[in-house]
Design a binder for this molecule. Structure first.
Ligand SMILES: Cc1ncc(COP(=O)(O)O)c(C=O)c1O
Length: 449
């Protein structure tokens, strides 16, 4: 990246750097997750309110990271704060260990949004949700190979930590991708028991899954790759039919898309029903949560009442009342007339402005996404899947992200943009101005090099 941009970043974020250096002495890489890092070092934040973030150096940003899309009402929404306070007041604890009256209520609310969810189990994260979904799918189908799509992320557990963002020189043919481990420390077993599929290429998927029909029991997918590249409608429909025909359990990982693409997730958008659905993020209203819902006959495999053994699933904090109450408050608000539509409208407006401002500055900018999440790509080509997605010009995008930060707009560099109900007209207008200025500076930078 342009060295002047890095120098400016470093000079305006001195306190972030100091805290980052201190953290590195006790925390590997100074961050709590592989994807929480960016160079030269990530910001440290001190405060947030509604759509706004403040870093430890006192700079304010309109927040489009929104905790990786989890905060659909923005930061510290009074309804969420009150709901969690009520838990402390009424229950006197954050966790009974066993049930509170709230968890079955949230499960019913989720059923209302997702008609495919007949029963549901809570977990503490999206990762745990996809892990349980895969285990259920293997148990239900009796086959222990999992098919996943190249470029799809389902959290960092062994079975799906394959071909998440593979280097193309190791990734094999586009229509029959290789299984590339995405981490050190993964036993060989998992790459051998994972089949990798090309997204949005039905014929190739049909050929691979038909050939593997005796081994593959579960097909797991992000219905919108990386949260924003939509599956073609025909692709989803055909994959639904194929997996039914081949007796494979179809898992929709809606951790990102649930309550964000549509309130009923990608399944509402496509009008299809997955066998199992993994949820997380928005479901917890800003507190840790995950869930797996789906067909009763599959979910019942986890029931301790089951004769002849069960699928194991447990967790100390599963269904804890703080997360569940925050989720209930969030979903109730999102259901109120006009609220979700307002976020959809704001997203559309911002996307149109970004594309227009980018084009005016001479860049081939497209925004890609459905609902209240999108990404900004410097690319003229059609973006259909991982390989076409990574063909976009990353350097320009990275520079744009740093220019936007200087102008008070934040999403983690190279990350998607998510909106919330707190992103009103005023902050959208501020964001448009920041994009206008940033595109112009980017053009000046390009002209200078
Ligand atoms: C599609 C998808 N699945 C699963 C996960 C994992 O969720 P969590 O980070 O809550 O474990 C993520 C996280 O970003 C995700 O985007």
């Amino acid at each position: 990246m342009d060295t002047a941009l890095v120098t400016r970043y470093e000079s305006r974020t001195v306190e972030s750097k100091r805290l980052y250096d201190a953290a590195r002495r006790v925390i590997p890489g100074g961050v709590e997750g592989s994807i929480k890092h960016y160079s030269p070092y990530p910001l440290t934040f001190a405060r947030a309110h509604g759509p706004l973030l403040q870093d430890v150096d006192g700079h304010e940003y309109v927040d489009y990271l929104l905790s990786f899309g989890a905060l659909m009402l923005g930061h510290g929404h009074p309804a969420v704060v009150d709901a969690t306070r009520r838990v402390w007041r009424d229950y006197g604890t954050s966790a009974f260990g066993l049930a509170s009256p709230l968890e079955a209520q949230l499960a019913e609310v989720v059923q209302g949004f997702f008609p495919s969810v007949e029963e549901l189990r809570f977990t503490n994260s999206g990762l745990e949700a996809t892990l349980l979904a895969v285990r259920l799918g293997i148990a239900a189908s009796g086959r222990d190979v999992v098919a996943k799509f190249e470029g799809h992320y389902h959290g960092g557990h062994e079975q799906v930590l394959v071909s998440v963002s593979p280097d193309l020189d190791r990734a094999g043919p586009a229509r029959h991708p290789a299984a590339v481990p995405a981490s050190l420390g993964l036993p060989e077993h998992f790459a051998q028991h994972t089949v990798v599929l090309p997204f949005n290429d039905y014929e190739a998927c049909e050929a691979i899954l038909t050939a593997e029909r005796d081994r593959v029991g579960v097909v797991v997918m992000e219905p919108m790759e990386a949260g924003y590249v939509a599956a073609d409608r025909a692709f989803v429909q055909q994959l639904r039919e194929l997996t039914t025909r081949l007796g494979m359990v179809l898992v929709f990982d809606e951790v990102k898309t649930g309550f964000r693409v549509r309130l009923g997730g990608a399944q509402e958008y496509y009008g299809v029903k997955a066998d199992l659905t993994a949820l997380g993020k928005i479901l917890g209203g800003g507190l840790p949560i995950g869930a797996v819902g789906g067909k009763r006959e599959i979910l019942e495999l986890t029931s301790p009442l089951r004769k002849g053994g069960a699928v194991f699933h447990s967790g100390t904090f599963n269904g804890n009342p703080l997360s569940v109450s925050a989720g209930l408050a969030t979903l109730e608000l999102l259901k109120a007339p006009g609220v979700f539509q307002g976020v959809l409208d704001a997203t559309d407006r911002l996307r149109r402005s970004i594309e227009q401002l980018g084009r005016e500055a001479g860049f081939p900018v497209q925004t890609i996404g459905v609902g209240t999440v999108f990404d900004v790509l410097f690319s003229e080509g059609e973006v259909k899947n991982y390989r076409s997605r990574i063909a976009a010009d990353k350097d320009s995008r990275l520079a744009l992200d740093f220019l936007l930060m200087e102008r008070g707009v934040f999403s983690k560099p190279l990350n998607r943009f998510s909106l919330s109900a707190a992103h009103g007209d005023d902050v959208i207008a501020r964001t448009e101005e920041a994009f206008r200025d940033s595109f112009q500076s980017l053009r000046d930078l390009a002209a200078a090099t």
